[in-house]
Design a protein around this ligand. Structure first.
Ligand SMILES: Nc1ncnc2c1ncn2[C@@H]1O[C@H](COP(=O)(O)OP(=O)(O)OP(=O)(O)O)[C@@H](O)[C@H]1O
Length: 686
């Protein structure tokens, strides 16, 4: 009934929980004394001032006769009021202690979650969904309030209260004390019975809640796409179905809670009624007087109420416990491994030797693609918390979840000399991005060897590796704030002149049409920037990072031709001083590289310079020819344009693609300003 791991996770909350229960117990003692006085008073009023028996010792008002009755009653009322105040103060203090325990639990767990998300590293979202992370750290953690402030103190108090009442009642009516105590365990028995069903329902509730959150977030993020393709109605219906499923499981949970509370109420109030019956019988037998009979009636409910309250807190606790178990699943994820070796900033070489890598994919997701065919090279460790089997069999078990291994890279070997300019090309899914992520330590679990900055990546200190390799991807993120904030992220000590220089390098300075001031505010999701501006700003930020190695993974895939030209020119200027790797689908963007690696299904199919690869007449040459043909096809010939034989639609395609083909992505254009200017003139004429 207690989530031991949850309690152990917040050791500092224990003393507040115990103080809370202790204060509740003191309130009970004060109430017992108050009820004793009240019973005595009532009995004296009824009997016209005749003194009670044993109670008088407790109340201190025995033996008060005749005219002193009024004074005795006033005295009792005064003391009762004082006791009521003491009891209320104890309850208020107990509530305070409960909130302290809850605040501590929430703060400890929320910090632990945030620390874990950081420790999971840049690829945290591969292990935890964004919406799950948000739900757990907000609503999941909030569930701890009821658990620590309500359930835990109540659990202790509900044990202590009946025992205390039993001990007191035994002094004047052992029969009533025993009968009432015997009824108390009925409530925990009901709780235990309900628990078996409730656990399953509550866990279903949380699963349904987080998965609905995931769908909601994804649909919201993709809302524009859904509307554009007219798929919003269908997604709407699908979400309605999910929401209906969530409503049903919520209703089942509430029904179960209300039903069990109703049964517990029956026991609690039935018990109190039983107390009244026993008191009446005993008084009629003459074994107790009126004052004691009244006292039994008044105290009988208190036997059951703490347990009854525990029963209602129990449902909240189950919810908190299920949320905590979900949190622990996140907290139990393996941190991004970090070695202690620091890459040498003077060593800009990269070397891979017989390097292989496979993703662990949950069984349900593992379909199609290059499935479970890990070569024997896929040796000791794999991504995340998985472990490949020896040889070709690559099924793994992680707790209840089994995984298939999806091979992404197989037996890859290459050497990149200091300051080299390397291109990596290949079809979709050939492993280019995986290689980029491995090089900057965002994925772990490769086999073979991968050396960056003179150290094996798996042994490298992850912070050191992040300062050695900068990866710029196609969907670079900006944080809300100013342009300055985003740039200074890469170099916190940069002055305005350095920031301006970085903006100048990517043509975002005041001389450019696309200019951005350092104080320009960037809104959420950089929605006030164009795709080109965003990517150029990301490049400026990367330039400020000034690391020995740069990797650009499709850094120009979503931008306009002008931005593509600016970015490629800035990238080519980086080479020599830094080692630069460019991953591109468009071969024209790697044509000027010293060497190009062609990946095919995770393996190196060809390697060499652009000229070597064309001479080889293999996959690269074939792809080059087809891309050239495509671009030539997309470029409207001057004669055709002059004769007006290109329709409006195709002219617009031609203008955009033709722009890309001719606007400065050839090596000459990238490295020579004059030729670029010539192209611009040509474009203006066109
Ligand atoms: N997180 C992941 N979990 C499981 N498999 C993955 C994951 N990321 C990539 N893969 C798989 O690994 C293989 C290589 O993917 P990768 O993203 O490296 O290819 P790519 O060459 O960069 O493709 P593209 O050019 O389309 O970006 C693919 O089969 C892909 O399905």
């Amino acid at each position: 009934m207690i989530n031991k791991r949850l309690v152990a996770a917040v050791p500092g909350a224990r003393r507040y929980v115990i103080l809370d229960a202790l204060l509740q117990w003191l309130a009970l003692v004060a109430q017992m004394a108050m009820m004793t006085l009240i019973s005595l008073c009532v009995a004296r009023v009824v009997r016209g001032g005749v003194s009670g028996s044993g109670i008088s010792d407790v109340s201190g008002v025995s033996g008060v006769q005749g005219p002193d009755v009024a004074r005795g009653i006033a005295y009792s009322v005064g003391v009762s009021l004082l006791l009521a105040i003491v009891s209320a103060a104890c309850i208020a203090a107990a509530t305070r202690m409960g909130y302290r325990a809850a605040a501590m639990a929430k703060s400890v767990l929320r910090s632990a979650l945030f620390r874990k998300l950081l420790a999971l590293g840049p690829a945290y979202d591969q292990k935890v969904g964004s919406s799950e992370a948000v739900q757990m750290s907000v609503e999941g953690v909030d569930q701890m309030e009821a658990y620590f402030a309500g359930y835990l103190p109540q659990f202790i108090y509900a044990m202590a209260a009946p025992v205390t009442l039993f001990a007191y009642m035994c002094t004047f009516s052992p029969v009533a004390a025993i009968v009432l105590l015997a009824g108390v365990p009925l409530i925990p028995i009901i709780i235990a019975l309900v628990q078996t069903i409730a656990k399953r329902i509550v866990s279903k509730y949380w699963n349904s809640y987080t998965s609905l959150g995931d769908s909601f977030l994804e649909n919201l993020q993709g809302l524009t796409t859904l509307i554009v393709y007219g798929a919003d109605k269908q997604r709407h219906e699908q979400m309605d179905k999910e929401a209906e499923g969530f409503r049903r499981v919520t209703m089942r949970m509430l029904t179960m809670q209300l039903n069990s509370i109703a049964v517990m109420d029956l026991v609690a109030y039935g018990g109190a009624a039983a107390g009244a019956i026993i008191a009446t019988i005993q008084m009629r037998n003459g074994s107790i007087d009126l004052a004691h009979a009244l006292l039994i009636v008044l105290l009988a409910a208190d036997y059951f109420l703490p347990m009854r309250r525990l029963g209602s807190y129990f449902h909240v606790a189950l919810n908190g416990s299920a949320a905590a178990n979900k949190m622990f699943r996140i907290l139990d994820l393996d941190d991004m491994p970090s070695g202690s070796a620091s890459p040498d900033s003077a060593d800009k070489r990269i070397a891979a030797s017989h390097m292989s890598f496979a993703y662990a994919v949950p069984d349900d997701d593992a379909q199609g693609g290059v499935m479970a065919m890990a070569s024997a090279a896929a040796g000791k460790r794999t991504a995340g918390k998985t472990r490949p089997a020896e040889g070709n069999a690559t099924q793994t078990e992680t707790g209840a979840q089994s995984h298939e291994m999806r091979v992404a890279l197989t037996d890859v070997s290459f050497d990149v000399p200091d300051g080299a300019f390397l291109g990596i090309v290949g079809g979709s899914g050939s492993g280019k991005s995986t290689l980029a992520k491995l090089l900057c330590g965002r994925l772990d679990g490769y086999t073979g060897s991968l050396v960056v900055g003179g150290v094996e990546v798996r042994d490298a200190d992850s912070a050191g590796l992040m300062h050695h390799v900068t990866l710029v991807e196609s969907d670079s993120r900006m944080i809300p704030g100013t342009v300055r904030d985003n740039l200074m992220m890469a170099r916190p000590d940069a002055n305005d002149a350095q920031l301006q220089a970085a903006l100048h390098d990517v043509r975002l300075d005041s001389a450019s049409d696309e200019r951005l001031a350092l104080d320009t505010v960037i809104e959420s999701n950089a929605s006030n920037l164009s795709g080109g501006q965003r990517q150029r700003l990301a490049l400026a930020r990367a330039l400020l990072h000034d690391t020995p190695v740069y990797i650009f993974d499709e850094a120009t895939s979503n931008v306009d031709p002008e931005s593509e030209r600016v970015i490629m020119r800035a990238i080519s200027r980086l080479a020599r001083k830094h080692t630069v790797i460019v991953i591109a689908h468009r071969l024209i963007n790697v044509r000027q590289c010293d060497s190009i690696i062609v990946l095919d299904h995770g393996a190196i199919a060809e390697a060499g310079s652009h000229a070597d690869l064309l001479a080889l007449d293999g996959a690269y040459a074939q792809l080059w020819r087809s891309q050239q043909e495509l671009e030539a096809f997309a470029t409207p010939s001057e004669e055709a344009a002059a004769e007006g034989i290109i329709s409006e639609g195709s002219a617009s395609v031609g203008a955009s693609s033709g722009g890309i083909a001719s606007e400065g992505l050839s090596p000459e254009e990238i490295t020579s300003e004059e030729i670029t200017d010539g192209n611009e003139t040509e474009r203006t004429q066109r």
